[in-house]
Design a binder for this molecule. Structure first.
Ligand SMILES: O=C(Oc1cc(O)cc(O)c1C(=O)O)c1ccc(O)c(O)c1
Length: 184
């Protein structure tokens, strides 16, 4: 497996200066942060592991209706889904291995710990905020592509399969293409 596609982590953060890169107080205005396009979604990193001693990161996801995030699971990363605007159907495996889904509206919250398969579908144009285990927030620039344009009003970025696989390997997760969900 080659990582030639990926931003070299040894070269440090892609957007030096957009976030402090060290634990110190700061504020960001809407649209500021590290922005990346992945499929039709705009991911913005507001806080990274560099600022939290790798404890957690915070992202927002702006997503147009119709987008489907493929089923995947993380070996070590815990993820949260807090819907700010729009509607999102979250599909997840529960602790009994049963396949569940729930429609999340503004103010609703979901948590998917490491090890549980999940996916989601954007039912109405949505804005979500997520807190993730530290370091994973950089996945979005690795599988997607950095952008300076902080809206979804730009062409989607569709990664090819080797890029998806390389990003998944680097971030200790797997895509599960054969996994199906009832009522999806
Ligand atoms: O699942 C979230 O983001 C992802 C989007 C993709 O297109 C592929 C992926 O593998 C992921 C992922 O692994 O996380 C996501 C979105 C929003 C949010 O608040 C999260 O906590 C996770």
């Amino acid at each position: 497996m080659s990582f030639e596609y990926l931003i070299d982590p040894a070269k440090g953060p892609q957007w030096t200066g957009r976030l402090p890169g060290a634990p110190k107080p700061y504020v960001l205005r809407r649209g500021e942060g590290e922005t990346a396009m992945l499929f039709g979604d705009l991911f913005t990193v507001l806080l990274s592991g560099d600022e939290t001693e790798n404890q957690f990161g915070i992202i927002t996801a702006d997503s147009p209706a119709g987008d489907v995030i493929p089923t995947h699971s993380h070996n070590e990363t815990h993820e949260t889904f807090y819907v700010i605007e729009g509607k999102v159907r979250l599909f997840f495996e529960d602790e009994e291995g049963q396949k569940q889904s729930s429609l999340l509206a503004p103010g609703d919250f979901g948590f998917v710990p490491a090890g549980f398969a999940h996916a989601y579908q954007i039912v109405e144009d949505a804005r979500m905020m997520g807190t993730l285990s530290g370091g994973f927030e950089r996945f979005f620039q690795h599988m997607g592509t950095p952008t300076d344009h902080a809206t979804t009003d730009q062409p989607p970025f569709i990664p090819d399969f080797p890029r998806m696989q390389a990003a998944a390997q680097q971030h200790n997760m797997q895509f599960l293409p054969d996994y199906t969900w009832p009522n999806a």
